[in-house]
Design a protein around this ligand. Structure first.
Ligand SMILES: Nc1ncnc2c1ncn2[C@@H]1O[C@H](COP(=O)(O)OP(=O)(O)O)[C@@H](O)[C@H]1O
Ligand code: SF4
Ligand SMILES: [Mg+2]
Length: 329
């Protein structure tokens, strides 16, 4: 079943320069994707592509001067962009949970782990202290923390980076979310711990039939742990499809550059970085935003490319998607 539907989402940074003229950074330009129950969507792209901004826009956690100026975000059919702040808060605390990068800054250093978990449970439900505590133990167990009863009284600084990240995931699971959004959940952890935590996320998604979005700049994470993927470039999604289809048959020149068919591609740690500066969001090129970096650019590319279907639920935003032989290695 469809959980989340994002359509043509546009987010701008609106400010004024020293001459008081309005300046607009086109940070998200028509983002469209779906998340189904029981699947993991990987959003991948180089730094500055707009991945975190996409997550923040979806859950309504943007800070000024960022502002959503168009599009829809539907969660189980309800539009999150037009609902009241109270309704949105209720959904955010229960049905949609977020895990962000850097557990050190996300955990309250002055509060024991157990108290933080219990607080989250009780803030969003009628749960008693005892029920919340037993749920905390259950979730600590689910994320593979040994001696969960004992660890409830641990302080955040007593945990290793990997353990702290597991606690954050346990926190996100306290209220049985239907959708989990994890923004670079394992960046900064060593490769073995990364793999363990991502394995755990996969397992939880299957067992609890959640939907999940994993945001990452690491292609190996997408290749190994996601079902479908969306590739971001300059505030837009340039290609979406199953992980198998996109890796086997990349249809957009940017994706093809990222993937480039080497065995190395499946290793965790392979960054989504490809030569060339990202376009200036205040001054995007007319037509295709990839134009200045694209080795296939030609005259037609000065008009905006549509999303072209290149396979079953496999689309790419390029005038020549599926027709560029070199991109289908
Ligand atoms: N206050 C701001 N004003 C203008 N641009 C901003 C502001 N904050 C972030 N950005 C830009 O928004 C873009 C998207 O950022 P982000 O979503 O954090 O990228 P990612 O998570 O993919 O690395 C970046 O290019 C960043 O420079
Ligand atoms: S539309 Fe043109 S510039 Fe854009 S990705 Fe396709 S070939 Fe390259
Ligand atoms: Mg980010």
């Amino acid at each position: 079943m469809n959980l989340l539907q994002v359509r043509d989402l546009e987010t701008h940074f609106i400010s004024r320069d020293i001459d008081n003229r309005v300046r607009i950074a086109h940070a998200l330009n028509g983002i469209t994707f779906d998340v189904e129950e029981g699947e993991i969507l990987g959003i991948v792209g180089e730094t500055g592509a707009g991945k975190s901004l996409t997550a923040q826009s979806v859950v309504g956690l943007l800070r000024p001067p960022a502002r959503i100026v168009g599009g829809q975000v539907r969660f189980e059919g309800r539009d999150l962009l037009t609902m009241s702040e109270d309704d949105l808060n209720a959904i955010r605390g229960n049905d949609i949970a977020m895990v962000v990068q850097n557990p050190r800054t996300s955990l309250d250093p002055l509060s024991r782990i157990g108290d933080q978990l219990i607080r989250i449970r009780r803030a969003h439900s009628e749960s008693s202290e005892a029920e919340a505590r037993s749920r905390a133990v259950e979730m600590m167990t689910a994320v593979g923390i040994p001696d969960p009863e004992l660890r409830l009284s641990a302080w955040p600084h007593e945990l290793s980076g990997g353990m702290a990240q597991r606690v954050l995931i346990a926190m996100a699971l306290m209220n049985e979310p239907k959708l989990l959004i994890a923004d670079e959940p394992t960046t900064g952890l060593d490769v073995t711990v990364q793999a363990q935590i991502l394995e755990l996320l996969r397992d939880l998604v299957t067992r609890m039939n959640m939907g999940a979005i994993i945001i990452t700049h690491d292609l190996g994470v997408v290749a190994n742990f996601c079902d479908r993927m969306a590739v971001m470039f300059a505030g837009g999604i340039v290609e979406t499809g199953t992980v198998g289809d996109v890796f086997e048959n990349p249809a957009h020149p940017y994706t093809s550059n990222l993937v480039d068919a080497t065995p190395e591609r499946l290793k965790i740690g392979r960054k989504a970085v490809f030569g060339g500066a990202p376009p200036d969001l205040y001054n995007l090129p007319d037509g295709c935003h990839h134009r200045d970096r694209c080795r296939f650019a030609r005259e037609e590319c000065s008009t905006p490319p549509p999303l072209r279907e290149v396979g079953l639920k496999h689309v790419a935003r390029c005038h020549f998607a599926g027709e560029l032989p070199e991109t289908a290695q």
